[in-house]
Structures are given as C-alpha cells and as structure tokens.
Design a protein around this ligand. Structure first.
Ligand code: CU
Length: 185
C-alpha cells in the first residue's frame, strides 16, 4: 500500500495537535476475572451465534472471531471534531480489513495515520482503511493509526455514547457504542 496523500487541513492539524496533548485516559480496565466471566457467558449464550455481540461498553465480537475492544472517542472542546481509538483482534482464520467507519451523528469519518518523520509528525489519509492480518492485534491509538471525526452534528457530552458502524471486509458491519470524553474535562 502506498503512503497515502497528506491531509493537513487547518482543522485537522488543530485536532491532531490537541489530541497529542497527554491526557488522562480514565478508561475502565476490566479485570481478568470479569473478562473470563464475560467470555463464559458468551459461550453459553445462544444469541452469541446469531450475529455480532456487543459486550461491555466499547467492545464487540463478530461471529467469525474478530473482536473490537477499547473503542473510545476523544473530542475537542465543543465536541464537533476529534478522534476514535480502538483495538482490533483478528481471531478469525483469515486476514480482514477495517474498510470504513460511519456514524449517523458524524458528517465525515476518515481513516488516518500519524507518522513521526524525524520529529515532524505528519498525518496521512489511509483511504483503503487498515489491514488486520489473521492472528494479530492492530491498535488505533494516539500518535498512530486513528479515525478522524469531522463534523459531529449533535455534540455529545463526556460520558455519553457515540454509535459507530465499523465496516470490515470479512466480519461485516459491527456496531458499537463508544464512550465519549471531551478533552480537558
Ligand atoms: Cu487524523
């Protein structure tokens, strides 16, 4: 895949600059015991076989074994622009790709990657999305791959949820309710 075109608009630069400021993730970590219980419940829950299952907030499991975890939304003050970070664990038997993401509440969601080139951080568009090889975990995180949210029509507050529809080539469309944090709050 090519390097992608540079997308340094003023708005995006502002968003990127703000999102690189260290902030308290304040993200609930679930204990191994809780995860084990969730896993056991899913194993014996017939609905788990019927389709994608949303687990605890910000996580979803697809029938083929691809899992999305730790989905979190970070918005600039005002709540109109920001980024989404998440982990994808591909437990299926083949490669997949996070092709695109949409939300009824967001005008435009783009797949981006920030690269540090000798101290200069550049943000590149990744219009083909992100490949998720089989048996790997790909992290969308601060300073790396991420989803750029541009133009949220009804800005949420910290603690509210934002519905995201994650389109994977093989796993299909996974819906997840992602918790929102407004930076600085
Ligand atoms: Cu970006």
């Amino acid at each position: 895949m090519g390097r992608g075109r540079s997308v340094r608009t003023a708005t995006m630069e502002k968003v990127e600059d703000r999102l690189r400021i260290p902030f308290d993730l304040n993200f609930r970590r679930f204990s191994p015991m809780v995860k084990k219980i969730v896993g056991l419940v899913l194993l014996i829950w017939p609905l788990a076989c019927a389709g994608a299952v949303e687990e605890e907030s910000g996580s979803v499991l697809a029938p083929g074994g691809l899992r999305v975890e730790k989905v979190r939304v970070r918005l600039l003050p005002g709540g109109r622009d920001g980024a989404v970070y998440l982990d994808v664990i591909n437990g299926s038997d083949g490669p997949d790709r996070l092709r695109l993401v949409e939300s009824p509440a967001v005008e435009d969601i783009q797949t981006h990657e920030s690269l540090d080139e000798g101290g200069v951080v550049r943000m590149l568009a990744r219009p083909d999305g992100f490949e998720i090889p089989a048996g790997t975990k790909v992290e969308l995180k601060e300073g790396g791959k991420h989803l750029m949210l541009l133009g949220i029509t009804d800005p949420p507050q910290t603690g509210e949820k934002l519905l995201l529809k994650l389109h994977f080539d093989r796993a299909g469309v996974l819906e997840v309710q992602a918790p929102v944090q407004i930076l600085g709050e």
